[in-house]
Design a protein around this ligand. Structure first.
Ligand code: C5P
Length: 232
């Protein structure tokens, strides 16, 4: 089953140190995978970890999910975009002014880094929204946020596999979709809106984030080989 394009799968380096991440990096081919640095690794290693990963030939998705007042997001992005990062992100629930500030930072940095927006974390379900007093369906919320993102020159969104088809139809085929919450064998853990790798690809997800599916696997090299076998 050859269903994944090279570099369509992004491996989440959810570790506390570069040394731990490096154990997995050494099994990965930069022509086949991209890597994701999130809050866990970045908060312990700082920006120098980006250089170390770049040196190994990988493109990086810097997943810091910025969510703050517009001025702070603008300034943080100006700093982050000085690094060699392939993709980074903000939380779209930060509001339209914050989204505009993020797009402006990318523009002012003359950066080619892709800037995507988190719609609703895949760990949240409809019940969680209802309990927060948010009387809106997940699909409507995701679509509205994506629309605002597109209008403000954001390159795409992080969303669940369930939402990809309708976003491609209603927002645009070229609007990038990044889908975490992908499962190959494992149970869902703390993720609510999960899907299989095959569903993600069939629904036309552009990029697929694989975290614990690899990092918590009992036999990491074998799991990586299995995923590699899906790459065209
Ligand atoms: O596959 P797993 O559930 O372990 O992947 C989780 C990874 O995806 C984490 O790095 C988490 O931060 C990220 N994630 C995300 N956006 C979501 C849900 C999870 O970036 N909506």
């Amino acid at each position: 089953m050859k269903i994944l394009s090279p570099k369509q799968a992004i491996v989440a380096l959810d570790f506390d140190s570069f040394e731990e991440a490096d154990f997995i990096i050494n099994f990965l081919d930069p022509d086949k995978f991209r890597l994701k640095v999130g809050k866990q690794l970045f908060s312990s290693e700082g920006p120098k970890v980006l250089e170390k990963i770049n040196k190994k030939g990988f493109e990086i998705f810097l997943d810091l999910k910025l969510h703050d007042i517009p001025n702070t997001v603008y300034k943080a992005l100006i700093n982050l975009l000085r690094h060699n990062v392939w993709m980074t992100n903000i939380h779209l629930l930060g509001g339209e002014e914050m989204i505009k500030a993020a797009a402006e930072a990318k523009n002012d940095s003359k950066s080619n880094t892709l800037l995507v927006g988190v719609t609703l974390l895949t760990s949240l379900n409809q019940n969680n929204l209802d309990n927060l007093g948010l009387n809106i369906s997940i699909s409507k919320l995701v679509e509205t946020l994506s629309m605002v993102a597109r209008e403000n020159f954001i390159d795409g969104v992080v969303c669940s596999v369930e939402e990809v088809l309708s976003l491609k139809k209603n927002i645009g085929k070229d609007f990038i979709t990044v889908t975490p919450g992908i499962r190959i064998n494992e149970k869902s853990g703390d993720q609510s809106r999960v899907a299989t790798l095959e569903e993600a690809v069939t629904n036309n997800s552009d990029f697929i984030v694989l975290g614990r599916e690899i990092t918590s696997s009992k036999d990491i090299p074998q799991m990586i080989k299995k995923i590699e076998s899906y790459i065209i």
